[in-house]
Ligand binder design. Sequence first.
Ligand code: AGP
Length: 611
Amino acid sequence: MCGIVGYNGKNKAIDILLDGLSKLEYRGYDSAGIAIREKNKEIEIYKAKGKIANLKEKIQNKKLNGTCGIGHTRWATHGEPSENNAHPHISNDGTITIVHNGIIENYQEIINKLEKHGYKFYSETDTEVLANIIDYYYKKYKIGPIDAINRTMVRVRGSYAIAVMFKGYPDEVWVARKDSPMVIGKNDDGTYLASDVPAILKYTNNIYYIDNMEAACLKKDTIIFYDLNGDVIDKKPKKIDWDMAAAEKDGYEHFMIKEIFEQPDVVGKTINSFVSNNEIDFSKGNLSKDTLKDTREIHIVACGSAYHVGVCASYIIEDLAKVPTRVDIASEFRYRKLLLNKNDLVVIISQSGETADSLAALRKAKEMGVKTLAIVNVVGSSIAREADYVLYTLAGPEIAVATTKAFSTQLIVAYLLAIQIAYAKKTITKNKYNELLNELSLLPNKIKEILAKEINRIQKISSEFSNIQDAFYIGRGLDYAISLEGSLKLKEISYTHSEAYAAGELKHGTISLIEENTLVIGVVTQEDIYEKTISNLTEVKARGGYILTISPSKIDVSKTANYQIVIPETNKYFYPSLAVIPLQLLGYYIAVSKGADVDKPRNLAKSVTVE
Ligand code: AGP
């Protein structure tokens, strides 16, 4: 889970590399480094432990005029964060300089091989192995960069996106990938590479993608793409219509709060990208009504917040479309003995489209001959490219590690999927179909209403809970499902212990944890079961719990709640989209009041590309 960046052109590379790395820091930020070359002079390498700021400080007085370079920001997997383990890494005699995102699984076996040929290793990383194995082939067979890289790709196992500089080839940067993300771009000033679009969007929005086991050579004014045979292949760029501001904070204190306020817009965009003239159209994802009509069972698989979208979706698909729907955490699904049927549909939900467990779950389903649908936010990501059907959420680049807008757009696609399956299977009428789509189209404004009306009250109550150690989120049905997300938001950014519980389950043990002023957040939106939730909240209050409720005004919680957050009314299936807004804001403001690094919570990264 690292970020790599590279440039080769007319301008000084240093500014472009540092700017790109700062836009990739959400991918990992425990150490960083750059390699710069001026014409055919020696490659200069600078590395530093910690965030990019440390690297900037280290090189601030250096005269780095080179116009060709690569850079890296790290999230340690092999070898603890240190300057020695930071990238770029070099081969023994400096012939090869490399940055790498991913994991080489058979690196120890290759070390043993290379040590027999006299190679020595200075770091604990798997990446240094890549530098030396490329060097080994390069020298043994007296071949050029592309053949050395291709032999290496055949030899190593694992995931990688690499950028390589060869001492013998000044003014060239070589790249290759398998499973880890890589984007490539070009403009009149040169050629660019990065792990993710925001890092190079400032220079071009014509983005090239290379497939697994493909490579490319970035020259000053051209890019040559190669396949594994070393043959030149043609690549067409994809136009990305994200503006650069999307990647900048627009004046908000944190990316997270900026992205929370982007939700009305991106929810609207995502609805409109699939609904026109009151018709849902999944054809751009190659997903036909017939495929949905013939689906026997649905298996939703994901990680973290994406999994919580799956839990919400399971309630709605079963209730609306009467299709058995199972939800699995991807890291469990991939190793479980699965009872999948050829007429089932496996739905993988992922913001990044690169989460290793979710990708592996997708591949397992494909191996079993089951159709796969990906609900993904990053265009061209691995999960998107490998799934049979893809429905893109239009959240745009999500920088904050804690997902908010991507989550909300995933909910929208889940609703649309449930409605389309129900309509295809004739469990709902056209009137019901239209009614649901009408109500859905009102969601962006209702989210805007909550952000306008309730934000100050949520900020106020959050500041009163800045010292809490524990919190509980409870609800029933869809309210329980969305409580899972509320609890994760608080945990991951404020480091407060919290748990989400099905309200009826509390008295089977956990209620013993409730004492004077324990914060209990009750989500109460479902008309057919809300009284049950209120009685559970009353039981908690009787033991001293402080009750904060999130509910529409038509549900009277006044006798139980110590503090009420009121959300607009909507269709029962869509309440997760409204209830999640106060839940996100609570997590955010409690984290801010605790002085936490909201956008880059400790121990986390935006895309978990290792198992
Ligand atoms: C959520 O805020 C976290 N960033 C994390 O739980 C995330 O949802 C999970 O890692 C899945 O990521 P994905 O959607 O990119 O696959």
